[in-house]
Design a protein around this ligand. Structure first.
Ligand SMILES: Nc1ncnc2c1ncn2[C@@H]1O[C@H](COP(=O)(O)OP(=O)(O)OP(=O)(O)O)[C@@H](O)[C@H]1O
Ligand SMILES: [Mg+2]
Length: 409
């Protein structure tokens, strides 16, 4: 029978909390006393702050799944299935997945077995011991991706470490379903950067130049997208959390339980007006390129001083409309609507009022973003490595957006 198992949760390598798996399969989270008493404690998550800014210290148990903050650190979909299979862990047993993946999670949080025991004691998990190198990528998200190191030499190759924790780049593999996704994402990240959006360094790499790709990821061809991790520095990890974690929403609800106005509201309260403007810039940009996948997990906060949040650099920027005929809906409601064509000055003014952020800041930023997009898109669309279909779909989509017409006619 499985015994009670405890995982230590570390933040910047200091123990701050525990996750305990009870005999009946429930998981309980608790902060350590020293962390609770520390007045200058580093922030683990905004979701652990009560309305007065105090630390929440009472938590209910969760059955099978781990609490939302931790559930959101785990991969989803096919990536989870693949990893769970390789590790011999059932993909629904989140506590054991976290156990296996805990050393290379997003942000500065890591999870370690309390007694220094490397393998879960549960009989069901017996396969794990046999495959110690099984878990070489653990980042949240759906697409197949690895954490990798950059090679020193010419040619800019990358190497996926054969075991343990990953490097400071993310390698996103080509999709088996849609063609040209890495090129699309590379082009959109480049346009965003040229428009003044905060985007990490990116690079397209031939799959042949990626060392250490495991067997069994399928017959993939072409190029992969390498993105520099903004939560890794030579001096250690920087903490981040996504808006599903902030809203304590499970990954499955990332399209449902939240909207852009709620994100703007958090940014208005917790960050600077420059971050609110940057959020609006990205929101308008993503609508112009037809990115219908900016769900709660594609926006994050970062904690550069370990306590105070700021909007993290942008990630996962790509035009999804070329792959979904006739689909013109954003991942979340702006304020009242998801319809990209209905994004207008009025919708943004409504968002600003409900989020209690400056309407002038929002509308000025939106206008500037439309202007910058027109200039950069016209100059660069034929120079960037995107498929003709992507270029044409965006060209046809842009004038359907009311905001674009309002600012250009
Ligand atoms: N440059 C980066 N630095 C640090 N963390 C990142 C970076 N890019 C992405 N991430 C983290 O990795 C996760 C997955 O990345 P990304 O969103 O690009 O992949 P995805 O699998 O396409 O996601 P989705 O589930 O939206 O399809 C993000 O949710 C974020 O937590
Ligand atoms: Mg994503």
């Amino acid at each position: 029978m499985p015994k009670i198992t405890v995982l230590d949760v570390r933040l910047y390598d200091e123990p701050v909390a525990t996750l305990t798996n009870l005999q009946d399969g429930r998981t309980i989270f608790a902060f350590n006393d020293a962390y609770i008493e520390d007045e200058t404690r580093p922030t683990l998550s905004l979701s652990y702050k009560d309305p007065f800014g105090a630390l929440i210290t009472k938590f209910r148990p969760y059955n099978i799944v781990v609490p939302p903050f931790f559930s959101n650190l785990l991969p989803e979909g096919p990536l989870r299935r693949y990893l769970a299979d390789r590790a011999g862990v059932k993909q629904t047993r989140e506590f054991f997945l976290l156990w296996m993946l805990g050393r290379d999670l997003p942000g500065a949080v890591t999870v370690h077995p309390s007694e220094g025991d490397d393998t879960p004691p549960d009989d069901e998990q017996a396969g794990i011991e046999a495959r110690p190198n099984a878990l070489r990528f653990s980042l949240a998200g759906v697409q197949l991706k690895f954490s990798a190191f950059k090679n020193g030499g010419r040619g800019g190759g990358l190497t996926i470490p054969t075991e343990g924790t990953g490097g400071s780049w993310i390698v996103k593999l080509p999709s088996q379903q849609y063609s040209g996704v890495p090129e699309n994402e590379f082009a959109m990240m480049t346009i965003a950067r040229m428009m003044g959006i905060d985007v990490p360094e990116t690079q397209l790499v031939d799959l042949d130049a990626v060392g250490g790709l495991p067997h069994g990821v399928g017959e993939l061809h072409g190029q992969a997208l390498a993105v520099k991790r903004f939560d890794r520095t030579p001096d250690g990890a920087i903490h981040i959390e996504d808006f599903a974690q902030i809203f304590a929403v499970f990954p499955d609800d990332k399209y449902r339980k939240g909207n852009y106005r709620m994100i703007a509201r958090v940014l208005g309260i917790e960050t600077s007006s420059a971050d609110v403007a940057e959020f609006i810039r990205r929101l308008v940009f993503n609508t112009l390129i037809g990115n219908g996948d900016m769900h709660l997990k594609n926006w994050s906060l970062i904690y550069p001083d370990r306590r105070t949040p700021a909007l993290s650099p942008a990630y996962d920027l790509l035009s999804t409309i070329p792959y979904m005929e006739g689909e013109d809906r954003a991942a979340l409601n702006f304020s009242r609507t998801k319809n990209m064509a209905a994004l207008s000055k009025d919708e943004l003014a409504h968002l600003a009022a409900k989020a209690e952020v400056s309407e002038k800041l929002v509308l000025d930023t939106a206008r500037e973003t439309v202007d910058r997009f027109r200039a950069v898109w016209d100059a660069e669309k034929d120079n960037l490595p995107m498929a003709e279909k992507v270029r044409e779909t965006i060209d046809a989509h842009v004038p359907t957006i009311e905001l674009y017409r309002e600012f250009t006619q």
